[in-house]
Ligand binder design. Structure first.
Ligand SMILES: NC(=O)c1ccc[n+]([C@@H]2O[C@H](COP(=O)([O-])OP(=O)(O)OC[C@H]3O[C@@H](n4cnc5c(N)ncnc54)[C@H](OP(=O)(O)O)[C@@H]3O)[C@@H](O)[C@H]2O)c1
Length: 270
């Protein structure tokens, strides 16, 4: 039985993965904000397999808060001996710049700082697994120079596009840090090949909301279908960094110096 930890595991692709691994007999920890969504997903699995309830754990956390991300790490370190797969799929799309109660820019906090805290903090549990894997649903392919090291939280010149590109590139660089620290780790940045019909949680303008709803309905993939490539990658992990859209491998930009620079800047800001 493997231990699978999934942020954003209450909805969309994260929930599809939680259902899959609970049905497969694994221990699944879901991190999200909605206990009721978690209860609904566990009930759906337990109707076929009553043993699933005992293998499902929920940790309520607002991962846009660094304190909550740290609390999640502490909980997992205290209650688990190893993590075989860590899936980072929490998502809340903000088109505008917002700050959290801790003073961090909210998109950067959720899409990067929480992942940094989880990946670095959970390193001992990933090291304890025979074939550990991190799947980070940050769409690969952002420009190598997308990170503004002087202004990581985009106090100046925030746009949705810049913020999105920066967190995606930073999550690739997090893979450099994580695989340097643990060469046995598979670290995958992954994106779907097309829109996935998920909850699209977020605070976005009317235009983006309508476009996502209409396009999602017309062209969107179901989450259960979209995550099949992720399941393949988790079930047969290869050590080192990799990037995929669906099942197609994408080229990776190097970035040893930028990774070290990012780690130093983040350590200062946390
Ligand atoms: N959908 C797509 O077409 C698409 C395309 C490219 C990339 N992606 C990426 O794939 C991943 C999954 O996306 P999705 O569309 O499947 O997600 P989704 O359906 O929008 O679900 C978002 C998940 O994130 C959780 N979440 C949101 N804010 C949170 C917070 N502050 N703290 C903790 N959990 C939080 C939600 O949990 P609660 O409701 O319990 O808070 C929910 O489980 C994301 O990384 C996304 O960027 C998706």
């Amino acid at each position: 039985m493997n231990t699978i930890v999934i942020t954003g595991g209450t909805d969309g692709m994260g929930a599809a993965l939680a259902r899959h691994y609970l049905a497969a007999g694994d221990q699944v920890t879901v991190i999200g904000r909605s206990r009721s969504k978690f209860d609904t997903l566990v009930a759906a699995v337990t109707s076929d397999d009553p043993s699933a309830a005992a293998r499902a754990e929920f940790i309520a956390a607002d991962l846009s808060l660094v304190a909550d991300s740290r609390r999640v790490v502490d909980h997992l370190l205290a209650h688990h001996a190893r993590i075989d797969a860590l899936v980072l799929a929490a998502s809340f799309i903000r088109q505008q710049r917002q700050t959290t109660t801790e003073g961090h820019e909210a998109s950067w906090a959720l899409f990067f700082l929480s992942k940094y805290v989880l990946v670095t903090g959970l390193a001992p549990l990933l090291r304890a697994a025979e074939r550990p894997v991190v799947v980070n649903t940050a769409v690969p392919g952002a420009r190598a120079d997308a990170v503004d090291f002087e202004d990581l939280e985009m106090v100046r010149g925030f746009t949705f596009k810049r913020s999105n590109a920066q967190q995606r590139r930073a999550n690739e660089l997090l893979g450099v840090l994580a695989t340097d620290d643990n060469p046995n780790l598979a670290y995958i940045t992954w994106g779907p090949t097309r829109l996935v019909r998920s909850s699209f949680a977020g605070e976005v303008g009317k235009g983006m909301r309508i476009a996502a709803a209409v396009l999602g309905k017309l062209l969107g993939q179901r989450p259960d279908a979209a995550v099949r490539p992720i399941i393949g990658l988790i079930d047969d992990p290869k050590p080192g960094r990799a990037a995929y859209r669906g099942t197609t491998k994408r080229a990776l930009n190097a970035g040893d110096q930028d990774a070290a620079r990012l780690a130093a800047a983040v350590a200062e800001s946390l």
